[in-house]
Design a protein around this ligand. Structure first.
Ligand SMILES: *Cc1c(COP(=O)(O)O)cnc(C)c1O
Length: 454
């Protein structure tokens, strides 16, 4: 199986990017719950070609990390140890605290900072905003809920949907999340933000947090974090930063200055499974004051009581800082990745992806029949095919078909989004296997398909 796994990764560049699950595999999987034991090996191996395709150099969709063969090794150790990282005294928690300490240090957080390795930025955002909510209500929300407290928060129109989902899950309601307009660079308009806060205050509501984006999902825009930190400080609001992929540029020396102000955030959510290429899933929630997490989550019943000695020793336990009790040893693969490649190498690959995005944008700009739809901030390029005589609706339909055809033919896997209402072919480069040849090939394929489909 190890040979098969390595072969699968090695073969990827020559294979299709995405392949719909074969009918016979679907049939083989649709069995009744096995009563008698049987070997899963043949089917395990048969599944490998039918993933998302993000280990392929021409995978450009959404924001996916591309993994590394080395990550198979900590996965083996994790399975062999079968460690529950909800609490107790063992090496799993030591590794997790070390990873969190590394990250707190990377982002310039002060002594007393802390957090958890979690499933991803969606979960990290939920945890961070729970801490923000409970801090705003001095803990009362934990027993009494938020009732008519009138808590409202602010984010930009470009923020990821996980922020509104967190507002929903925290009982605040998605209406309590104000969508502030953005400037031409898709960054939060700070004047509009201040005006929105003032208007809500005047209406008797209780503004409690600002959610900034360090890398928006549509275009990779980075909010002016220093200005947002200033506004948050002046207004007494919590500053949360969604840095799902963008926070990782902290490892690339020429890009890192664009995150100036991130060190002033009250909380930060980001992913290891995107631009650090850790195997799914792994993200991080960091709080500048770990005590805020404990204030939001600790509640140990008798059967989880801590001790000063023995297996129940050690504090805090992750269950004191987040919602999950049983948790896998996710931090191990993160630790292994950071150790094996170091921030220098990971940062250099991030820089290379940004350079590739600039190259792709320049090629689009010089190619007749292609139109770029947004400025390139980091690693995301949004563009479309335009044809004489095509209206907006036909142009949208053509570009959507091009993306689906690229995916179905196994040639490449970009995704789509809308920029100012227009359907864009969205190319995201968080892929260490992508080469310039892949980008040239993508444009050739897009133009060829455009001619055939139009
Ligand atoms: C991917 C992403 C998220 C959600 O992160 P998950 O790890 O998928 O939960 C949030 N914000 C941004 C900007 C993202 O790119």
């Amino acid at each position: 199986m190890l040979d098969a796994a390595l072969d699968h990764m090695q073969r990827a560049p020559g294979d299709r990017v995405w392949t719909p699950v074969a009918d016979d595999l679907r049939d083989q999987l649709a069995t009744p719950l096995p009563g008698a034991p049987a070997s899963p090996d043949a089917l395990l191996e048969a599944m490998m070609p039918y993933g998302v395709g993000n280990t392929h150099p021409r995978f450009f969709g959404w924001v996916h990390g591309s993994g590394t063969p080395a990550q198979i090794i900590p996965a083996m150790v994790e399975a062999a140890m079968n460690t529950n990282c909800g609490g107790r005294d063992h090496v799993g928690l030591l590794v997790e605290r070390q990873v969190v300490a590394w990250m707190a240090n990377l982002f310039g957080f002060p002594e007393g900072a802390g957090g958890l390795v979690v499933s991803g930025t969606s979960m990290a955002t939920l945890i961070a905003l729970k801490a923000a909510r409970d801090a705003a209500m001095e803990g009362g929300s934990r027993s009494d809920g938020v009732g008519g407290a009138g808590l409202v928060g602010y984010t930009s129109s470009q923020a990821h949907s996980c922020v509104a989902r967190a507002f929903d899950m925290l009982g605040l309601g998605t209406q309590a999340l104000r969508r502030v307009p953005v400037n031409a660079a898709f960054e939060t308009d700070t004047d509009a933000l201040e005006a929105a806060i003032a208007a809500d205050r005047a209406a008797g509501l209780s503004p409690f947090c600002i959610i900034a984006s360090a890398g928006t999902v549509n275009t990779g825009a980075i909010d002016d974090l220093a200005s947002l930190a200033e506004i948050a400080a002046k207004s007494g609001l919590w500053l949360h930063v969604d840095g799902a992929f963008g926070a990782c540029i902290q490892m690339a020396p020429d890009l890192a200055p664009r995150l100036k102000g991130i060190e002033r955030a009250d909380s930060l959510a980001f992913d290891f499974h995107k631009w650090m290429h850790v195997t799914y899933d792994a993200g991080c929630v960091l709080l500048r004051d770990e005590a805020r997490l404990a204030a939001a989550f600790s509640d140990r019943p008798d059967y989880l009581a801590g001790e000063t000695r023995g297996l129940a020793a050690g504090a805090p336990w992750p269950v004191d800082l987040g919602p999950e009790l049983s948790r896998g040893f996710r931090a191990l693969k993160v630790w292994a990745q950071l150790t094996e490649f170091g921030t220098d190498r990971l940062g250099a690959l991030i820089q290379r992806n940004c350079d590739q995005a600039a190259y792709l944008a320049a090629r689009i700009d010089e190619t007749a029949g292609l139109e770029r739809l947004a400025p390139v901030s980091l690693q995301i390029v949004c563009f479309r095919v335009v044809r004489d005589g095509f209206g907006e609706a036909e142009t949208d339909a053509l570009n959507r078909e091009i993306v689906i055809a690229l995916q179905e033919k196994g040639m490449a896997a970009p995704s789509t989004t809308r920029i100012h209402g227009r359907l864009a072919i969205r190319v995201n480069l968080t892929n260490h296997r992508t080469t310039q040849t892949d980008l040239d090939g993508l444009l050739d394929d897009v133009l060829k398909l455009a001619g055939a489909l139009a």
